[in-house]
Design a protein around this ligand. Structure first.
Ligand code: SAH
Length: 372
């Protein structure tokens, strides 16, 4: 990430920043995700240790709520060695995360140490900070990326009579300090490398960094086991022009004042699926409102409403539920997508039917919750 990039400079998550995310709106969001990981841990036969690895934790709200679930389920998890690993490029946001998760009790490391900060959560779990996923130790891990992939840079392409051409950003010769989009006169290396041969769209956005990350996650899950949960706004390979900017909660021209606005593009889940290269199974994308419903959000809301003392809190709970679930708000455009080892969904040898086998446990969230 360039030093003059948005996240290393401004990084405006939170109410005073450029955007507010689901975990910042409602504690229920992170709690249900925490339950999802515990459910996968149980389905895997309760391994003796796991790492929770979050990519781009923002203000740290999501991990904070997940840690509360781990604490509430302490008797279940008591023999499990849990550690938290945060991948964050923004020095400013890493400090916000440290404050949120440890109360500021952290130690910084020498500059060349891949673990640049360490601390212990308020609930007693070790937390380490990294700039790159490759520095996170290998081992059985749960990965989490919420509103992370949409923040990574994209390439834009357009189909022409002469074949695919990359859409580039250039300085406008007529207007000083004004950027403009131009079509590359000939094929660029990106055109050759990033367009799928079977592509049918006229315009496409490709995020090669997302592809590389998914390859790394798929390798790790194939080798060490675990699960990855990716939640973001996006589509399954159908949309074309989604690149846009936000500043102070308002739409912002992507070509104006570079480095000062949050630039984003919808996540193309079909591309992520392709980039697993079959190393893992995938589930989804499924709409956020369906995932959260399957995870039992309605029941959780009822409990919180019953436990809340005043009508202002109840109103806030209902409003944030509506924000997360309403198809016109975040319910439909946000999606959940999971990477799982193949053996989680199918037996390695399907032909051998001689041995009676316990049925595979369904993956929570991606189907209706069965309360058996
Ligand atoms: N997940 C959080 C915030 C998402 S904002 C939430 O749901 O509230 C995107 C986050 O990704 C920020 O923390 C940003 O600093 C971080 N980020 C952006 N690019 C990154 C990169 N290349 N590597 C690691 N973190 C990155």
């Amino acid at each position: 990430s360039p030093p003059q990039g948005y996240y290393t400079r401004r990084g405006g998550v939170g109410e005073s920043g450029d955007f507010v995310t689901s975990p910042e709106m409602s504690q229920v969001f992170g709690e249900l995700i925490g339950v999802w990981y515990v459910s996968e841990w149980m389905a895997a036969g309760k391994p003796g240790a796991f790492q929770l690895v979050e990519l781009g934790p923002g203000r740290g709200s999501l991990t904070h709520d997940i840690l509360r679930v781990f604490k509430q389920l302490a008797s279940l998890l008591s023999k499990c060695d849990i550690s938290i690993h945060l991948v964050e490029v923004s020095p400013r946001l890493s400090e916000v995360q440290a404050q949120m998760l440890t109360g500021g009790q952290v130690q910084s490391s020498p500059r060349d140490d891949p673990v640049y900060m360490k601390g212990i959560s308020k609930t007693g779990i070790p937390i380490s900070w990294y700039r790159d996923i490759q520095d996170v130790p290998q081992g059985y891990s749960f990965y989490l990326a919420h509103e992370f992939f949409d923040a990574l840079p994209i390439h834009k392409f357009q189909r022409t009579d002469k074949g695919w051409r990359e859409v580039l950003v250039d300085e406008d010769p007529e207007v000083p300090d004004q950027l403009r989009f131009v079509l590359a006169p000939s094929a660029t290396p990106a055109t050759q490398n990033f367009i799928q041969p079977e592509e049918t769209r006229e315009h496409v956005e490709v995020c090669p960094e997302a592809g590389v990350l998914i390859q790394r996650l798929a390798h790790r899950l194939e080798k060490d086991g675990g699960a990855a949960l990716i939640a973001d706004y996006g589509h399954d390979g159908t949309k074309t022009d989604t690149f846009r900017g936000f500043r102070n909660h308002k739409p912002h021209d992507v070509l104006k004042a570079p480095g000062t606005a949050d630039l984003t593009a919808d996540v193309d889940f079909s591309y992520l699926r392709k980039m697993t290269q079959g190393r893992t199974a995938t589930l989804g994308p499924i709409k956020q409102r369906e995932f959260l419903k399957n995870m039992g959000i309605d029941l959780r809301l009822q409990v919180l409403l019953q436990n809340s003392q005043d009508t202002a809190t109840q109103k806030q709970l209902r409003n944030s539920y509506d924000m997360l679930m309403n198809p016109k708000k975040m319910g439909d455009c946000f999606n959940f997508f999971a990477l799982l080892p193949h053996h989680r969904l199918t037996y390695p040898d399907q032909k051998d039917n001689t041995q009676p086998r316990a049925p595979l446990v369904p993956v929570a969230g991606f189907g209706e919750l069965s309360l058996k």
